[in-house]
Ligand binder design. Structure first.
Ligand SMILES: O=C(O)CCC(=O)C1=CC=C[C@@H](O)[C@@H]1C(=O)O
Ligand SMILES: [Mg+2]
Length: 357
């Protein structure tokens, strides 16, 4: 069936359809205790614009393209109705590990954050050990260093953590060159290297695949310009992928789940269980895991929850002004390329390297 493609909504429409919400987290993650997001009521359903606070307007353009894509364009054909997901373990102390992991019922895979600023390798070892004990010998453990190690540190850390049986290590080093180097160094250990920031925070999301610097890619719907654009990257990269969240509300998680549902070969559990880290949401049916998977559905907004979680007037103004600036950039990039911006433009992207990527 032919799908109609709607034109870009106007800024006035977007602002009228928007609510700015502020959701507390139950566990601090990537330095934040509160997640702010703009919820937009699009003709296809609710969608979300939520680039992290510190991201530049230029980087936020792809996030807006992603939000509009999910709210205004029909999704491609879905190949499955549930997505197996991993538990995401923030860089908590070992004594907090089991309480956090209890929030992810049935998940057979845990992604453990490592190399967090201000922590030591011993802290990482203790956290990964506690995660392995929680899971038992048969579950999978993957690590995410957010580019926090240099190549020698990464090699040392991977050797120290290998005894916990690692599925893969995500973004051990920040640059594509260093990813290539660490991948060569640990290849003999059979531990794959995944690229995340080297896909979503660079000029060319395919560069890391082309250069053979990663075994698999982490794909995030909103930062990569939405489902259609991300699917195009997946097709062209020719590598296995993990669809992961951007710590979104259940609305943004639904965007990720729909993307994952469109990908023919989904070999890995997806990082889409992070609604479990939120202490509040905007729907009465939050996309938290049940038996280790989430449903591919568009949760209905619960307008009373939205009202309860509205951001302060000051934050509301801040987000609406941001939306206005980013929209202007999106329109100019659409005019110059003839299509919605798929990936953010270049030089103003924040450098990656562990703090808050
Ligand atoms: O992949 C997951 O398990 C959950 C998502 C996740 O880890 C992230 C979400 C948002 C921002 C990032 O710092 C972080 C990541 O680096 O993958
Ligand atoms: Mg990551």
């Amino acid at each position: 069936m032919a799908q109609t493609h709607r034109p870009l909504p106007t800024l006035t429409e977007l602002l009228e359809l928007a609510s700015v919400v502020s959701l507390p987290l139950n566990t601090r993650f990537r330095g934040v205790d509160v997640r702010e997001a703009v919820i937009l009521r699009g003709p296809e359903g609710a969608t979300e614009f939520s680039p992290f606070i510190e991201y530049s307007d230029a980087e936020a353009v792809a996030w807006l393209a992603g939000a509009i894509d999910f709210g205004w364009q029909p999704t491609p054909d879905l190949l499955r109705d549930r997505i197996a997901v991993n538990a995401t373990l923030p860089a908590v102390g070992e004594s907090d590990v089991s309480a956090v992991l209890d929030r992810y019922p049935g998940c057979r895979t845990i992604k453990v954050k490592v190399a967090a600023r201000g922590q030591s390798l011993d802290d990482d070892i203790a956290r990964v050990r506690a995660a392995r004990e929680y899971l038992g010998s048969e579950g999978r453990i993957r690590l995410d260093a957010n580019g926090g190690w240099n190549v020698d540190e990464a090699e040392h850390a991977i050797h120290a953590l290998a005894e916990f049986d690692l599925e893969y290590v995500e973004q051990p080093c920040a640059s594509v060159d260093d990813l290539w180097e660490i991948r060569q160094r640990v290849k003999y250990m059979g531990i794959p290297v995944a690229a995340d920031e080297s896909v979503r925070k660079v000029d060319d999301p395919l560069d890391v695949a082309r250069r053979g610097a990663a075994d698999l890619l982490v794909i995030k719907a909103q930062p990569l310009g939405g489902i259609h654009s991300a699917l195009d990257i997946v097709r062209r990269a020719g590598l296995p992928v993990v669809v992961s969240s951007a710590l979104d509300t259940s609305i943004g998680i639904a965007m990720g789940a729909h993307l994952a549902a469109c990908i023919p070969n989904l070999e890995y559990d997806c990082g889409l269980a992070t609604a479990a880290l939120l202490a509040a949401d905007v729907t009465a049916e939050p996309l938290i895991p049940v038996n280790g998977s989430i449903a591919v559905v568009r949760p209905l907004l619960d307008e009373s929850l939205v009202q309860q979680q509205l951001a302060s007037d000051e934050r509301d103004v801040w987000w609406r002004e941001r939306l206005e600036r980013v929209y202007a950039l999106l329109v100019s990039s659409t005019e110059s390329t003839g299509r919605h911006a798929a990936t953010s433009s270049t030089s103003t992207l924040a450098p990656i390297g562990n703090a808050a990527t």
